[in-house]
Ligand binder design. Structure first.
Ligand SMILES: [Zn+2]
Length: 149
């Protein structure tokens, strides 16, 4: 069964044009297998733009247990995302050509939004091209072994 604790009911927010802020701490996201045991913490502010769309801002913090691409040691990568913005809409068309904001869908059957998808996406965007532990990151770049990057 799909877990539901990241889903937020938004019918009230859409109908009454209010702003709601919700905080979560130490949440585990199954799609992030390298997440440290403390999980992800985030704060989300949901604001209605009109009856069909929401604007959200998100602050996320977590630590991921990563493997260094250079020395293969495991290391902890801190992720801190501030002011990540996205829109939740009921229909796509009018937003397609819009801006660089992330656009996600409101589940209009149940009037809920899935925050986990948004948090996951925000963290994915922070993923470095090459993962380096602190030691390797401090070393000058040697391009012999890593031409492919
Ligand atoms: Zn390393």
């Amino acid at each position: 069964m799909k877990h539901t604790w990241f889903e937020i009911k938004v019918s009230d927010i859409l109908n009454s044009k209010v702003t709601d802020t919700l905080s979560f701490e130490n949440k585990m996201i199954p799609e992030l297998p390298t997440l440290s045991k403390d999980g992800v913490s985030w704060e989300i502010t949901i604001q209605s733009l009109d009856e069909d769309s929401l604007f959200v801002t998100l602050d996320v913090e977590c630590v991921l247990d990563e493997t260094c691409d250079v020395c293969s040691e495991t290391y902890q990568r801190k992720v801190k995302i501030e002011w990540y913005t996205a829109k939740y809409v009921t229909e796509m068309e009018e937003w397609v050509r819009d801006d660089e904001d992330d656009i996600l869908f409101i589940d209009i059957k149940n009037w809920i939004i899935d925050i986990e998808e948004l948090v996951y996406h925000a963290i994915q965007l922070e993923e470095p091209f090459v993962k380096k532990c602190e030691k390797c990151a401090a070393k000058p770049v040697e391009d012999d072994d890593y031409d492919q990057y």
